[in-house]
Write a protein that binds this ligand. Structure first.
Ligand SMILES: Nc1nc2c(c(=O)[nH]1)N[C@H]1C(S)=C(S)[C@@H](COP(=O)(O)OP(=O)(O)OC[C@H]3O[C@@H](n4cnc5c(=O)[nH]c(N)nc54)[C@H](O)[C@@H]3O)O[C@H]1N2
Ligand SMILES: Nc1nc2c(c(=O)[nH]1)N[C@H]1C(S)=C(S)[C@@H](COP(=O)(O)OP(=O)(O)OC[C@H]3O[C@@H](n4cnc5c(=O)[nH]c(N)nc54)[C@H](O)[C@@H]3O)O[C@H]1N2
Ligand code: SF4
Ligand SMILES: [Mo]
Length: 886
């Protein structure tokens, strides 16, 4: 018997869109490797991609349809959803219902959801989490180019002489792209990289210049750059004259900003500004990469256009190594844009406000009508849900109770709406828990279709696992509901290949080069061809040679074919409210994905950061009397959260950074979006998630705790707790506001004490610390450590005790009464998740003489698999060398 071929598929996380080879061994284990033939990654994978095998088990999965918490048949669930939507529409009109979908749906799922809402229900009330992610880039592209087009490709990053990263933590959020840049710079060290970010993130590791910009100083910065380009004669006059309009006005607006205002708004001094401007002016091959530090702002669209203005002025658009480059976050953010999945767009990059486009789509779909106006954007959609205008909502593949701004109100709105349907893969998320109808969706590895990455490359996701329980792919669920609503003929697909073919046909339908998105070549794709489909980049017009870049001839999709400059004003002066003097910045960490529903299943990924935290500058920590590992309370008028303090000089003074990931499933009170007000960009409707006025204070903890447990605990009775997966169970950090007379009942409940377990306890009066250990036979069920200071127990050692044998001897008393973990080496916070290598181990190796990332790799293996941690390893080496030099 020959070994089965691995399945070629695509990573379900970030927009880099790496190709993966997945193997299922006889014991059911899933092996994951990078696909060396895939043009996004050529075999590389980051820590998240490499750990995918740890996330495909069926623990926590939603496997059967449920209504009101009771399992029902698919038929009953679909009938209920169909009839409830139909009745609501009949009574209150099409705009009384809505879909809130996601850039994590496959293109085929997205296509049918959009077709159902816009063509058959007849409302445009379908919006997506891309509103929180890419909406400002979409709006900025349309304003400048007349279409939502990303002109460049990944190769541009390798051949550029200057890469400007704006509001983008590439090392952690697009790790394989980052590695491609690192490799290119290794080959051509003269290549320059500039980072524009208020924080000195891990991405700064390879940069030549870091501009620690003030939050939202970007419009001022790029406007000043435009003036500089003009003054120093660095503009491309011919390009401007032949291919653009509006330059004079844009320049006049930029010139109106005086240098003092620019310095004030950017927080950058002359020297830094000059270095950046000169570098940009003299380097033709410049790519400006931007993501959420740009998009997620009350002026996100203006930021996008301020950047594009500088590229238009220098003619650096769609040329090899020269383009503005908005990198997408989600695996299928691009696919969602292609199918027109936002409330103000139409399928195949057509325009909902354009009557001809609407008519074309209606004829193609043979639909009764196509929604005649834009629908509600995410923030407004949930407002309408809260005030009862939306009476039935279907959420697919997104977790708005965690990720939407003003998340407390979102939760109330969902809880109070009589008819919320959620399709998800996980049984219990902060959103799923409030749904009346829960539909089990097929997960990555089980579903099949296409996704489009940041460089417009369409790749197949292929299934390699059977559908578990009664889980079904999202497209199937949508089509079945459509059938129950009486639209069977238009939703009678047998497979995703048929949907893809229809989507391709629509993109080419009456196109003739008038629309950028065209994959008409695939309109007649057969099932077999779809099975074998290799990754390709759009556009793919019938009868035209494919090109990997757009706008190469300087023609744009505006009426006159010219790109448009945007005239931008200075940011109105913002006054910081006295009660909320600190700035809250939010974003991502290397090893978690969004609301952690999948990455928290991996013990490897849970080691990098095991709890929610706030990065705070040492000067702010000192003025608020906050020590490392203290708990910080962060509040706004909207709410408060509790997170661990991480003091770091990389943080900008006056700002704190909190990750968006932690939910009520993994922490007591750490949903950062409960603090974020629903302030949006006026043009794109994208929320401003990065610049929030907050108050911080040290949270008075009377007792700190740490526990290891062999199973996931329920109902943890502590003001602060955070739970993370570890090798043989769970680790739990605790903080109690009040002391307790007797800790044993808490300990017994937490540790799962029962008739067949034995608990031993130890109380050290001197240090007022307590320890409890609970055994079943010779194994440890759990141990709890309590102290008045942050608990100084080696976490690695404690976790290892869960799998160590514990014979009934005096050693148990040693375990409980000795200094826990004393003598045990503590590996420190995990840096390399692939090989489980900690910061302390790396530091020790540096002290032993390993002074390069390669030497560390040889000694410890760290950084030699996915390479996502190489930036952190380099930082540890530098810190150690600095210490040695002092
Ligand atoms: N590990 C990991 N990777 C991911 C994801 C994940 O959840 N985890 N999610 C994916 C998704 S959907 C997305 S959208 C991308 C996001 O990818 P990124 O945009 O790179 O990630 P963020 O951490 O949200 O924000 C980027 C940076 O913007 C900076 N910033 C904040 N305010 C400003 C400002 O005013 N100006 C400038 N210039 N910078 C500012 C922040 O300090 C932060 O470092 O990541 C994708 N990749
Ligand atoms: N404060 C703050 N808030 C933010 C951001 C920020 O930087 N700061 N970033 C914003 C951005 S850029 C984004 S993209 C959003 C992301 O926020 P969300 O979209 O809310 O986050 P996810 O955890 O990715 O949610 C995906 C959900 O879909 C489920 N799922 C996974 N696969 C499938 C599938 O195949 N089918 C179905 N039906 N369900 C599936 C998962 O279990 C999970 O519940 O957050 C936004 N919110
Ligand atoms: S960079 Fe990492 S998360 Fe992004 S697609 Fe590649 S393997 Fe997946
Ligand atoms: Mo995103």
């Amino acid at each position: 018997m020959t070994a089965p071929q691995p399945t070629k598929t695509t990573c379900p996380y970030c927009g880099v869109g790496c190709g993966i080879l997945a193997d299922v061994s006889l014991d059911g284990k899933v092996g994951i490797r990078g696909d060396t033939t895939h043009p996004a990654n050529f075999g590389r994978l980051c820590s998240k991609g490499s750990a995918l095998g740890e996330t495909v088990d069926l623990d926590d999965r939603l496997l059967y349809p449920e209504v009101d918490g009771q399992r029902v048949s698919w038929d009953a669930a679909l009938r209920l959803v169909g009839s409830r939507f139909s009745e609501t529409i009949a009574e209150y009109g099409p705009d009384s219902v809505a879909f809130y979908v996601s850039g994590q749906l496959l293109t085929e799922d997205y296509y049918v959801a959009n077709k159902l809402m816009k063509g058959f229900i007849g409302s445009a009330n379908i919006d997506t989490n891309s509103r929180l992610c890419m909406a400002s880039s979409v709006a900025g592209h349309k304003r400048a180019f007349g279409s939502d087009t990303v002109p460049g490709c990944y190769e541009d990053l390798e051949i550029a002489d200057l890469i400007v990263l704006v509001g983008s933590n590439l090392a952690w959020c697009h790790p394989v792209l980052y590695q491609r840049i690192v490799a290119a710079k290794d080959k051509r060290p003269e290549m320059k990289i500039v980072l524009i970010d208020p924080r000195r993130t891990m991405t700064s590791d390879i940069v030549d210049l870091h501009l620690p910009i003030k939050p939202d100083g970007d419009v001022a910065l790029f406007s000043a750059l435009l003036s500089h380009l003009f003054e120093t004669d660095a503009i491309d006059q011919d390009f401007i004259a032949a291919h653009t309009s509006g330059f004079t006005d844009a320049l006049r607006a930029a010139d109106a900003m005086d240098i003092l205002a620019i310095i004030e708004q950017t927080g950058l001094d002359h020297r830094l500004l000059r270095s950046f401007f000169e570098l940009f002016a003299r380097t033709d091959r410049t790519v400006t990469v931007f993501s959420q530090g740009v998009n997620q702002s009350a002026r996100g669209t203006d930021k996008v256009n301020a950047i594009i203005n500088c590229h238009l002025a220098t003619g650096r658009v769609g040329k090899p190594g020269a383009s503005p480059f908005s990198v997408t976050g989600q695996p299928n953010a691009m696919g969602g844009r292609e199918v027109g999945g936002m409330s103000n767009t139409l399928a195949a990059h057509m325009d909902i406000e354009n009557a001809e486009d609407r008519d074309r789509v209606r004829r193609f779909w043979q639909a009764p009508l196509v929604a005649a106006k834009s629908g509600l954007k995410a923030v407004d959609m949930f407002r309408a849900l809260a005030d009862g205008r939306i009476k039935a909502l279907w959420i697919m593949a997104t977790n708005p109770v965690v990720s939407m701004p003003d998340a407390g109100k979102i939760e109330d709105a969902i809880r109070n709406c009589p008819f919320v349907v959620v399709s998800d893969v996980i049984a219990k998320t902060d959103t799923v828990r409030h749904a009346r109808v829960r539909l089990p969706a097929a997960a990555w590895g089980e579903k099949s279709g296409t996704v489009t990455n940041s460089e417009r490359r369409i790749s197949r996701q292929r299934s390699f696992l059977p559908l578990p329980g009664e889980a079904r792919p999202d497209w199937w669920i949508v089509c079945e509901v459509a059938k129950h609503m009486g639209f069977g003929a238009a939703f009678d697909y047998k497979s995703t290949s048929e949907i893809f073919a229809e989507h391709a046909a629509l993109s080419g339908f009456e196109n003739n080069g008038t629309r950028d998105f065209d994959i008409g070549q695939f309109a007649n794709i057969s099932e077999t061809e779809f099975d074998r489909l290799e990754p390709f980049q759009w556009p793919r017009h019938v009868g035209k040679e494919p090109s990997i870049r757009l706008f190469t001839d300087g023609t744009f999709f505006t009426r006159d074919g010219k790109a448009r400059f945007t005239s931008l004003d200075l940011e109105p002066r913002r006054t910081t409210p006295a009660a909320y003097p600190m700035t809250l910045n939010t974003g991502r960490v290397r090893d978690h994905w969004h609301t952690m529903t999948r990455t928290a299943k991996s013990q490897r990924l849970s080691q990098h950061y095991g709890e929610p935290f706030a990065e705070i500058h040492p000067s702010d920590a000192a003025s608020y009397n906050i020590g490392d590992a203290d708990i910080i309370r962060i509040s706004t008028g909207n709410g408060a959260i509790l997170v661990r303090a991480l003091i770091s000089a990389r943080q900008r003074p006056g700002s704190i950074f909190v990750p968006m990931h932690w939910t009520d499933q993994y922490a007591s009170k750490a949903r950062v979006d409960t603090l974020v007000p629903a302030v949006v960009d006026a043009i794109s409707g994208q929320p401003a998630s990065k610049n929030i006025s907050v108050r911080i204070e040290r949270f008075a903890v009377s007792t700190y705790g740490f526990a290891v447990l062999d199973r996931k605990p329920e109902n943890i009775d502590a003001a602060y707790w955070a739970l993370a997966k570890c090798s043989a169970g769970w680790r739990l950090e605790l903080g109690f506001a009040d002391g307790r007379e007797d800790w044993s009942s808490f300990a017994n409940e937490l540790l799962g004490a029962s008739e067949d377990t034995e608990t031993i306890a130890f109380h050290d009066r001197q240090s007022s610390s307590y320890r409890f250990a609970c055994y079943r036979g010779e194994s440890l069920r759990g141990a709890l450590f309590l102290a008045s200071e942050p608990v100084a127990v080696s976490r690695d050692w404690a976790v290892a005790q869960l799998t160590a044998p514990h014979p009934r001897t005096a050693s148990r008393f040693k375990f409980i009464a000795g200094r826990p973990g004393a003598g045990a080496t503590d590996n420190g916070a995990t840096v390399c998740s692939c090989f489980g290598v900690g910061a302390n181990q790396i530091a020790a190796a540096v002290r032993r003489g390993c002074h390069s990332v390669a030497a560390i790799g040889e000694a410890l293996q760290a950084g030699t698999n996915c390479g996502s941690c190489r930036a952190e390893i380099r930082t540890i080496i530098e810190a150690q060398n600095l210490q040695a030099a002092e």
